[in-house]
Structure formats: C-alpha cells, structure tokens
Design a binder for this molecule. Structure first.
Ligand SMILES: [Zn+2]
Length: 147
C-alpha cells in the first residue's frame, strides 16, 4: 500500500515538473538516448530507460539547465568558456570550457533543488544530492583527464 502511494506521489510530482517545462515554453522527450537540456530546440531529452526517483531527479536537474540557459546574456556572462565553445570547436578543448561545463553541472543540481521547493514538491535532498554526486563525478573525471 505504502509503496503504491509513494508511486502515485512520484508520478504526480513528475507530471508537475513536465507541466512546468511546457509552461516555460520548452518540450519534453522521454524517449531519448541521452539526458540533456537542448536550448537550441528548447527540448529536455530524457533517456528512455529512466524511471521512478531517477526520472524525478533527472528532470529536476535538466530543468536546472533549462533555467540556467533561459537568459542568454546571463548565461554568456556566467559561462564564457561554454559560450566560446559554441562558436569555436577549438575552444571546446580549452580549460575554460571544461571547468565552466562542470560549474554548470553543479549549478544545475542546485537549481533543480530550488525548483522542487518553488513548486512545493517533496524531495529527499540527501538522496538527490547523492545521485547528483555520482553524475558530477563523471564530469569531474572528464574535466581533469589529460588530452
Ligand atoms: Zn547536467
């Protein structure tokens, strides 16, 4: 019973975030291969195998990217390394790009947590952070890898 109730709450929370994405003028594709917030097509793509809590947390995180990227001027100012890489392939190999990418990842997890509060959603912050940290670690490894 409790398990069923939790599943219902989770589904409602997921539905609320999806509504929020559409209210923000973006779309959601839950049948993607990757997890990403594509600001060119204004679409949040979620890997088709993501379900339950992981889907909830991933949606919050990708919404974090959506929020961060909603104002281009602010974005360009906060993440000059990413901005440079958007126009130059060479810049994508630079330290500024890698570190700014990691910075955006950290910030997107924080924004996701703020969004949950803003929408009045229940969130196990400890579990959310722990899940976020495993995702962040892969970016940190990528960032520090010698080319
Ligand atoms: Zn991310």
């Amino acid at each position: 019973m409790v398990r069923g109730l939790k599943t219902t709450v989770m589904k409602e929370q997921i539905a609320r975030i999806i509504d929020y994405i559409y209210e923000s003028g973006w779309m959601v594709n839950l049948n993607s291969r990757r997890n990403e917030a594509d600001h060119f097509s204004k679409c949040i793509n979620i890997n088709y195998q993501t379900r339950g809590k992981k889907l909830y947390w991933t949606l919050l995180h990708e919404c974090g990217h959506m929020i961060i990227r909603s104002n281009p001027a602010t974005f360009m100012c906060r993440y000059p390394g990413i901005t440079a890489a958007l126009v130059s392939e060479k810049a994508a190999g630079y330290t500024n790009y890698r570190v700014d990418t990691v910075r955006e990842e950290f910030n997107a997890w924080d924004e996701g947590e703020k969004l949950a509060e803003q929408l009045g959603l229940e969130l196990d912050k400890k579990a959310y952070r722990k899940f976020g940290n495993t995702c962040l670690l892969s970016y940190i490894k990528w960032c520090t890898k010698n080319k």
